[in-house]
Design a protein around this ligand. Structure first.
Ligand code: DGL
Length: 274
């Protein structure tokens, strides 16, 4: 099959990458997508980065070798933090990450230069965001002060389908305290699960703080990169979307269709290596 007609591949530890899938489907409705949710090994955010790197490389190679994708979107900040350089070195297709696009948008949107990022323990402790934000600021000739906060527990709420309510609010008030007291004017949701909690996060941060989603920014970056490489599909055909899960496929289909929408009407099993 000509490269342009192959699907875009993407993966996440679970449901979070569906925020990126939603943005990609809306922005590029003619593209076929294949998504692997690694719910059999979720969560990534509390695992050692070496372990996440090995899962990310395995999934990246599988998307290319078994599912014949034309590009890989790493729809997970933790996997990006752990493995992006190795993925780019090893895979023979373009690899789009979530950290760089989010960091650029954060710098672009902020007025005061006081910015925040929230993510998993793995992402925040990796130091990937301070590096990416410093690079984005230097490219933009801007000066920024970054406050980071890990938010353990947020992902677990999303994976249970519990995206609002008192329990989420109490946890958000506690975990967002550092970025609130730093007086940030812009907050990057540096985990692809977090846009599902955006209402609670916005409520806690207050109306003067702009939330930036790494999911939306990544979809724009994917469109730009595929366009540069002549890999965007032309015409009015509607793309096909496949969803695979390494965990319980029924749970993935049910909760996934609630979170993503009607495009997720079936889920197949993605077998993990034994
Ligand atoms: N969605 C993933 C991210 O963007 C993390 C989820 C997890 O901890 O498994 O970092």
């Amino acid at each position: 099959m000509p490269a342009v007609d192959r699907p875009i591949g993407m993966f996440d530890s679970g449901f979070g990458g569906l925020t990126v899938a939603r943005a990609l489907i809306d922005l590029l409705p003619g593209e076929d997508l294949v998504y692997i949710g690694d719910t059999g090994r979720y969560p990534y955010g509390s695992k050692p980065l070496d372990e996440v790197r090995s899962h990310a490389l395995e999934l990246g190679h599988s998307l290319v070798d078994a599912l014949d994708v034309k590009a890989v979107v790493v729809a997970c900040n933790t996997a990006t933090a752990a493995a992006i350089d190795d993925l780019r070195e090893q895979l023979p297709v373009p690899v789009i990450d979530v950290v760089g696009p989010g960091a650029s948008a954060l710098v672009r949107v902020s007025r005061s230069g006081r910015v925040g990022v929230i993510g998993t323990v793995g992402t925040i402790s990796s130091g990937a965001y301070p590096l990416a934000v410093a690079e984005a600021a230097s490219n933009a000739g801007a000066s920024v002060e970054l406050t980071s906060a890990a938010c353990p527990g947020f992902v677990e709420f999303v994976e249970r389908g519990q995206t609002t309510g008192d329990e989420v609010m109490v946890l958000a008030e506690r975990l967002l305290a550092p970025v609130r007291s730093a007086g940030v004017d812009t907050l990057l949701l540096g985990c692809t699960h977090y846009p599902f909690l955006a209402r609670t996060i916005a409520d806690v941060m207050g109306p003067d703080v702009v939330l930036v989603s790494s999911a939306d920014e990544t979809a724009f970056a994917a469109r730009d990169r595929l366009g540069e490489l002549g890999l965007l599909r032309e015409g009015s055909a509607v793309g096909r979307h496949r969803f695979l899960s390494s965990g319980d496929v029924d749970v993935f289909r049910e909760l996934g269709s609630m979170l993503l929408g009607s495009e997720l009407d079936a889920t197949s099993r993605w077998p993990l290596p034994t």
